[in-house]
Design a protein around this ligand. Structure first.
Ligand code: NAD
Length: 352
């Protein structure tokens, strides 16, 4: 079998996880990279021994050898690059979020339909090893019908700055950046129920907390303390047509005692705590039992999840499997995220 030839666009932080995963996959060959920043893309090409180097994504897409691309650029370019890639005949793995607006999402979906090419959304959390374990329990009916989920990803001082803090390039703050992971994972595990309504709040009270001293936190490469046009925190209640509901809260800045991550789902036969570590709860013979799966990585295994996400994409491109994260799942999420922002702006529940 000949190798699948891969191009990658956007050689910033997260591209490393994609590149490492591609490099470890014997079915592919990395042949092209692109970034607006010439020094950055040249360094990446050298590190991974990639022959074709571009600073304009259109030139990479014009390379007929490239069969599939990873898009790891700022959120504001996901739609334009995805559509151009699909129309150039490439399969696409697009980082989350799929794009910024519902209009863009629908245009990407249309491009997928018209070209017949594949677009997989980068929902890496779906590929965590603890999720593969939990999915077996869910699919076997051990949790019953899942009717409630609660997700909370709290950073007390964690606005990365740079493009993440620029609403124009990111589309928003913690909701679209980390909320997308939490909401998607719950929605996926709940069986992707149809959304009925959302009610959300966003707050902009603390800003990026650039006043804080003596406490280190992750800062994007082009961090600029004076630039911040995104929300500090967001919360939402999402109702589904089947009666299930999901509560979520996420923050970049909050007067919380510590950072925390909690993702829980609850069914009528059992529940599961996913973050910080996987634990399953049920009852047997009128006794409540907590099941702690004995697995090497009970929490989110970052690079392992990226390896499995990329391998899943490669096998989908090769026609060996069907992707578990199709464009439709990206569209649905952009509808939910935008409805939360709209609900917060208008102070009312949004009905689908
Ligand atoms: N799945 C995850 O867990 C995860 C984690 C981090 C980031 N991400 C996503 O990955 C994407 C990139 O995030 P990052 O943290 O790597 O950001 P980054 O700023 O480190 O890197 C982005 C790179 O894209 C380049 N770029 C931007 N627009 C471009 C264009 N039109 N053409 C070519 N290059 C362009 C920039 O120059 C930069 O080098 C975002 O969509 C983000 O949401 C996902």
């Amino acid at each position: 079998m000949s190798e699948l030839k891969i191009g990658l666009i956007g050689t910033g932080s997260i591209s490393e996880s994609h590149l490492q995963a591609y490099q470890a996959n014997p079915k592919v060959k990395l042949i092209a990279v692109c970034d607006l920043n010439e020094e950055r893309v040249r360094n990446t090409a050298e590190k991974y021994n990639i022959p074709h180097v571009y600073t304009d994504y259109r030139e990479l897409l014009a390379n007929p050898e490239v069969q599939a691309v990873s898009i790891c650029t700022w959120n504001n370019s996901h739609a334009e690059i995805s559509i151009a890639a699909l129309r150039a005949g490439k399969n696409v793995l697009c980082e989350k979020p799929l794009c910024k607006t519902v209009d863009e999402a629908l245009q990407i979906e249309q491009a997928v339909r018209e070209t017949g090419k594949l677009l997989q959304v980068g929902y890496v959390r779906r590929h965590a090893s603890n999720i593969a374990v939990l999915k077996k329990f869910i699919d076997a009916g051990d949790l019953g019908g899942i009717y409630y989920a609660k997700a909370s990803l709290i950073r007390r001082l964690g606005n990365p700055g740079g493009w993440f803090a620029d609403r124009e390039r990111s589309g928003g703050g913690p909701l679209i950046d980390i909320g997308v992971h939490a909401i998607d994972l719950c929605w996926y595990l709940m069986g992707k129920p149809k959304v009925k309504s959302v009610s959300g709040n966003t707050y902009n009270k603390l800003g990026n907390r650039s006043n804080i001293q003596n406490y280190e936190f992750y800062q994007a490469a082009d961090y600029d303390a004076s630039l911040n046009t995104v929300e500090d925190m967001a919360n939402a209640l999402i109702r589904f047509e089947n009666g299930a509901s999901l509560m979520v809260d996420v923050s970049f800045s909050l007067h919380a005692k510590d950072n925390s991550a909690q993702i829980n789902i609850y069914g009528d036969k059992g529940g599961a705590e996913i973050e910080p570590v996987l634990s399953i709860v049920t009852e047997r013979h009128d006794t409540i039992i907590n099941i702690d799966p004995q697995i090497s990585t009970p929490g989110f295994d970052f690079q392992g999840a990226f390896d499995r996400e990329i391998n899943h994409f490669v096998d989908s491109c090769l026609g060996l499997i069907e992707t578990n994260s199709p464009v439709e799942d990206g569209v649905e999420m952009i509808k939910i995220l935008n409805a939360i922002y709209q609900s917060a702006a208008e102070g009312r529940e949004i009905h689908f």
